[in-house]
Design a binder for this molecule. Structure first.
Ligand SMILES: C[S@@+](CC[C@H](N)C(=O)[O-])C[C@H]1O[C@@H](n2cnc3c(N)ncnc32)[C@H](O)[C@@H]1O
Length: 230
C-alpha cells in the first residue's frame, strides 16, 4: 500500500498489492513490527521531508529510537544521512528492520541494536523517537542526551494533551521547539485518553548548526554486550 506523505518519493508498505509497481523509492515489510501507516510515523516523515536539508546532510549521523520496521532510519538514509542506528526493545522489530534495510540496499549505512535507548551511548546530529508516552516519561533524559549540541530531535508518539509538558521539558533542557505538527486518528468511540489528536515536534539543541557528535558506543541491555559504531 502506498504511504502518502506530502511530496515524499513513493514509499510502499506491505501488503504490496498486485497493481502497485515492483520498484519504489522505498519498500517496507511490517509483519509483527509497528505499522507505519499510523499517524505518528507519518508526522515524523512530514518533518523529515520539510527539514531534510538540515536534518540529513552528507555527514549526518541519525539515531532512530523505537525503530519498528526501521522506516524512519531508512528514509533518513535515503534522504542523505551518512549513517543511521535504529534501536528497539522488540526482537521482531530488529529482524524486520534488518530485512528492510537489505531489501532496499541500505545495509551498509544502517545498524540495528536490540535493546532499549540505554543501550546507546554517544551523540547524533539527528535523533528521531516515535515511542509511547510512557517511554517519554521514563526515558526522556536518555533520549535527549543522545542529541548532539547543535543537533535536532524529532519527537512523536504522544498526543496533543501531552505536547505542552514535553515542550516545557525540552525548553528546560535548552531545546528550541521549531515546529509542532498534528494529525487525527479516527475511532468509533472516544479513545481512553479523550483525544483523537497525535503530535510530532521538531526541536533544536542550540542552533542546529555545527553539530559535533562524539562516537556512539552502544551497550545492549539484554546481554550487556557493547556495540561500537563508526
Ligand atoms: C510507535 S512504534 C514506532 C515504530 C517506528 N519508529 C515508526 O515510526 O513506524 C514504537 C516502537 O518503540 C519500541 N519501544 C518501546 N519502548 C522502547 C524502548 N524503551 N526502547 C526502544 N524501543 C522501544 C516498540 O517496540 C515499537 O517498535
Amino acid at each position: 500500500m502506498k504511504l502518502d506523505v506530502q511530496n515524499l518519493p513513493s514509499v510502499y508498505v506491505s501488503p504490496f498489492l498486485p497493481w502497485e509497481p515492483k520498484r519504489a523509492w522505498l519498500r517496507v515489510r511490517t509483519q509483527h513490527a509497528f505499522h507505519p501507516f499510523h499517524v505518528t510515523t507519518r508526522l515524523c516523515l512530514e518533518i523529515f521531508w520539510i527539514w531534510r536539508g538540515r536534518l540529513f546532510f552528507d555527514e549526518a549521523r541519525v539515531l532512530d529510537v523505537g525503530c519498528g520496521t526501521g522506516i524512519l532510519a531508512l528514509v533518513a538514509a535515503k534522504l542523505g544521512a551518512r549513517w543511521c542506528v535504529g534501536v528497539d526493545v522488540a526482537r521482531e522489530a530488529i529482524g524486520r528492520s534488518r530485512e528492510n534495510s537489505e531489501a532496499n540496499g541500505l545495509q551498509e549505512r544502517v545498524n540495528w541494536v536490540h535493546g532499549s535507548i540505554e543501550a546507546i551511548g554517544g551523540t547524533f546530529h539527528t535523533v528521531v523517537a516515535n515511542v509511547p508516552w510512557a517511554c517519554w516519561e521514563a526515558l526522556f533524559d536518555n533520549i535527549v542526551d543522545c542529541v548532539a549540541e547543535g543537533g535536532a530531535l524529532v519527537a512523536s508518539g504522544f498526543q496533543d494533551l501531552q505536547a505542552p509538558l514535553l515542550e516545557s521539558f525540552l525548553h528546560q533542557q535548552g531545546f528550541l521547539v521549531l515546529e509542532r505538527r498534528q494529525g487525527d486518528l479516527t475511532f468509533f468511540g472516544v479513545p481512553p485518553s479523550g483525544s483523537f489528536t497525535w503530535c510530532a515536534l521538531l526541536a533544536a539543541r542550540g542552533t542546529m548548526d555545527g553539530a559535533s557528535p562524539t562516537s556512539a558506543i552502544g551497550n545492549s541491555q539484554n546481554r550487556g554486550r557493547r556495540e561500537e559504531f563508526a
